[in-house]
Ligand binder design. Structure first.
Ligand code: HEC
Ligand code: HEC
Ligand code: HEC
Ligand code: HEC
Ligand code: HEC
Ligand code: HEC
Length: 396
């Protein structure tokens, strides 16, 4: 019903475990089923993590009617979700960053091929070469949460202070919620970059973790600079503080939402972590030692939506410091009459213009280190120091 309702009237209740609301006319809704839409898929996916745009950095209600600069496919070309997420027998293609189930893969290359650039003789060669090493979205989605803020930090250890007054940040989002603790939000965010070969590491319920680590990754991409199947891929990292069992060394599952008026263990009603963990772990069928500890956690969410118009892709200069100065393409190629190499090397996203248009991107202007080559395993700018498998004779 959620997927196929076209009346917009179908409703579920948060606390009723997926059952539909009582005050809706199921007959009318059943008579009006139809194709899925951005609104019907979005009824769940826009609001993951209990609110608009909270969970994914690149999926929010902004995709209902996006501006072309928010998402070119769903804005300018009016794509539905299923134009990319094709399905067979209700198996919806598309891998998730969090759940290990997979019903098929969606890739930009399904439609655009592995060598998608074919408009400009001078520009296309290197762009297509880069597709072997760099995920499309690295260049084509240089910012996420462009049109709605997303939550990037949630410190559960600070929850429970009912006297603390939440302050609104510059995006009109609260910095505190007694049920959830301290919160941080961001908009028009530069992604984090990591090597990714299509697989994710994940921690499951009951998995032992090293609770003394500074940061525990709940999910993280698998990949490396040495793996030819890995590409440099953009992610939102959701950071926060969560509880682990100090003796059993696994994550604790709290009981949050009150079952009814008489519930004495739900955290959101009683604000007592110990009771909430006892109840939550009992339901999960796992032992709770009674000792808990707060740890910092990171969770990687891949950025695959909010593709910008082609002329807002990263420019050569956004990544290569070595192409910034007087010598650009003519470091390696002979000057050619009628071709302005400098202009080509600088062609791409214009942060100055975006800032003037009201986006919070001031700190990204005039930078040439959009991705950090060293932290990705390179010696430095590959134009000077060489690519991962080959070296141009430039260092000498
Ligand atoms: C009733 C809520 C709901 C609706 C409606 C819904 N989804 Fe999902 N979907 C989920 C949940 C829950 C998951 C698993 C958790 C996650 O990855 O966030 C999921 C997972 C996915 C995944 C990740 C891969 C996988 O199989 O786990 C894709 C892709 C996806 N949905 C696409 C869609 C599309 C396209 C539509 C519309 C045709 C849609 N969903 C409608 C709830 C929904
Ligand atoms: C232009 C193509 C395109 C459109 C349109 C699109 N998606 Fe996706 N989506 C992708 C790609 C590519 C992935 C990565 C899937 C993979 O690796 O198999 C993805 C991944 C996802 C995931 C998994 C995210 C994660 O990292 O866990 C969800 C959920 C999802 N899409 C939902 C939606 C919804 C809902 C819509 C419509 C509002 C939508 N998508 C529209 C291309 C698209
Ligand atoms: C279901 C097919 C499909 C998928 C999947 C798809 N695209 Fe597209 N894309 C199109 C179509 C159709 C257009 C419209 C214009 C054209 O034909 O180039 C387009 C246009 C574009 C443009 C040019 C926009 C402009 O007009 O300035 C870019 C850039 C782009 N896609 C990147 C991507 C990226 C990155 C992905 C993966 C996240 C992706 N596409 C996934 C079909 C697709
Ligand atoms: C190194 C950065 C980079 C990578 C990686 C990259 N692109 Fe592009 N792409 C660009 C730039 C820059 C342009 C603008 C070209 C122009 O203005 O002539 C562009 C243009 C496009 C266009 C529209 C114009 C054309 O040439 O047809 C599409 C569609 C496109 N890219 C899709 C993709 C897809 C799909 C991938 C992944 C397989 C990808 N790109 C990977 C930088 C990149
Ligand atoms: C998203 C960042 C990014 C952008 C944008 C980008 N590059 Fe690169 N470039 C890289 C990476 C990463 C490598 C290393 C690839 C490898 O390991 O083989 C590289 C390698 C190169 C190399 C080859 C060096 C060697 O020894 O193999 C050349 C030449 C180059 N880039 C030119 C360009 C040009 C021209 C543009 C603009 C059309 C451009 N790059 C845009 C990241 C980028
Ligand atoms: C670090 C050296 C380097 C830089 C900088 C560089 N290129 Fe290249 N370029 C190469 C190499 C090497 C090839 C591959 C030549 C071959 O395979 O014969 C190549 C190939 C090309 C080709 C394919 C046609 C040909 O001549 O083989 C074009 C077009 C091109 N480059 C344009 C550019 C442009 C435009 C820029 C600047 C935006 C640029 N290059 C910057 C090294 C470079």
């Amino acid at each position: 019903m959620v997927c196929h309702d076209t009346t917009g009237k179908y409703k579920k209740v948060l606390t009723s475990a997926g059952m539909s609301a009582k005050d809706i006319n199921l007959k009318t809704i059943a008579e009006n089923v139809g194709h899925t839409s951005r609104a019907s898929c979005g009824a769940c996916h826009f609001y993951g993590g209990e609110g608009d745009g909270i969970k994914h950095g690149d999926i929010s209600s902004a995709l209902l009617n996006p501006d072309r600069s928010c998402d070119i496919h769903m804005g300018e070309y009016d794509f539905t979700c299923v134009e990319c997420h094709k399905s067979e027998n209700h198996k919806i293609y598309g891998r998730s960053s969090s759940v290990p189930v997979t019903e098929g893969v969606v890739s930009c290359s399904d439609c655009h091929s592995d060598t998608p650039h074919n408009l400009s003789e001078t520009f296309d060669y290197h762009l297509n070469e880069h597709c072997k090493t760099i995920d499309c979205n690295t260049c084509h989605t240089p910012l996420y949460a462009k049109c709605k803020p997303t939550k990037i930090w949630g410190d559960w250890s600070k929850a429970g202070d009912k006297k603390r007054k939440p302050k609104k940040d510059k995006y009109e989002q609260p910095d505190y919620n007694p049920k959830k603790g301290e919160l941080k939000w961001e908009k028009s965010v530069k992604p984090s970059y990591a090597w990714f070969n299509g697989y994710m590491n994940r921690i499951f319920i009951g998995d032992k973790v090293n609770i003394n680590r500074e940061i525990i990754n709940i999910t993280s991409p698998v990949g490396s600079v040495k793996d030819p199947n890995s590409k440099i891929t953009p992610f939102k990292i959701m950071k926060g503080v969560q509880a682990v069992d100090a003796e059993n060394k696994y994550f604790l599952i709290p009981h949050l939402c009150a079952k009814d008026k008489n519930d004495t263990t739900a955290y959101w009603k009683n604000f007592d972590w110990d009771k909430s963990f006892t109840e939550g772990m009992k339901t999960a069928g796992l032992d709770y030692s009674g000792q808990y500890k707060w740890v910092e956690t990171w969770m990687y969410w891949r950025i695959a939506h909010e593709v910008m118009p082609a002329d807002s892709a990263l420019s050569c200069v956004d990544c290569h410091q070595s192409l910034k100065n007087e010598k650009t393409c003519n470091k390696c190629h002979k000057n050619q009459e009628g071709i302005d190499f400098k202009k080509i090397a600088n062609k791409g996203i214009d942060f100055e213009y975006m800032e003037a248009a009201g986006r919070d991107v001031g700190e990204l202007k005039d930078k040439t280190d959009y991705i950090n080559f060293k932290s990705l395993g390179y010696e430095g700018d590959p134009i000077i120091y060489g690519g991962r498998f080959k070296k141009l004779p430039l260092k000498e």
